[in-house]
Design a protein around this ligand. Sequence first.
Ligand code: NDP
Length: 230
Amino acid sequence: MLVTGGSRGIGRAVAEAFLAQGDQVAVTSRGGGGPEGALDLVCDLTDPAAVEAAFAEIEEKHGPVEVLVANAGITDDTLLLRMSEDQWSRVIETNLTATFRLVKRTSKGMLRLRRGRIVLMSSVVALLGSPGQVNYAASKAGLIGIARSLTRELGSRSITTNVVAPGYVETDMTAGLPEEQQAAYKQQIPLGRFASPEEVAGTVTWLASDAAAYVSGAVIPVDGGLGMGH
Ligand code: NDP
């Protein structure tokens, strides 16, 4: 299996959960540094040649990718009127266009195998919206369109595609938020706390398991109730 952005945060917890099950795991990131036991590849997902090279190495060492967790993502927040074309494009390129590139490349092997599991890491923000995150919310909502279209294109070959929509998770991405802001967010969350990366990983391993064989095109919230009704 391959998890992108497996060097830290949610992606690392996902990689560790699959390793604990005894699976062969490859991780990618720009900086490198995946968990012990994983095939650790340096790959900037915005570079098509780097993605192709990473797949070639994974296929040589592990065979075709049967489970793809497209998790790598970035934010570059600012209010709409201040958002530059570059801030828009950078986030869309990393979160949405790179995911298109990944699912296209992965699906080749899955179609040959006639099975596969694709999990796309979205966000509660895709459904709720968020001030200062027009670029990020658009990229994360786009993943839902990809998953639902792929379910229709690939579903008959036993390839499922699902979206996980975490709320706030304790990672580097949220650690940078000021204390008062973190407290204000927690007040809005029915469960009253942020998630641990492991709690998101549990949903991902379930989606990749036999137990979830009939789940596809779903958007699964892991948000402590924050996005209820959306
Ligand atoms: P982190 O910032 O902790 O980790 C992001 C990972 O993605 C790193 O491994 C990073 O490695 C990698 N990455 C970023 N850009 C690229 C790139 N261009 N090419 C390859 N790898 C890249 O993020 P989180 O663990 O917090 O988030 C993981 C996913 O979950 C993201 O998609 C995020 O949007 C989503 N999410 C997070 C939430 C949260 O509260 N934390 C809430 C909802 C969704 P490197 O920098 O070395 O490239």
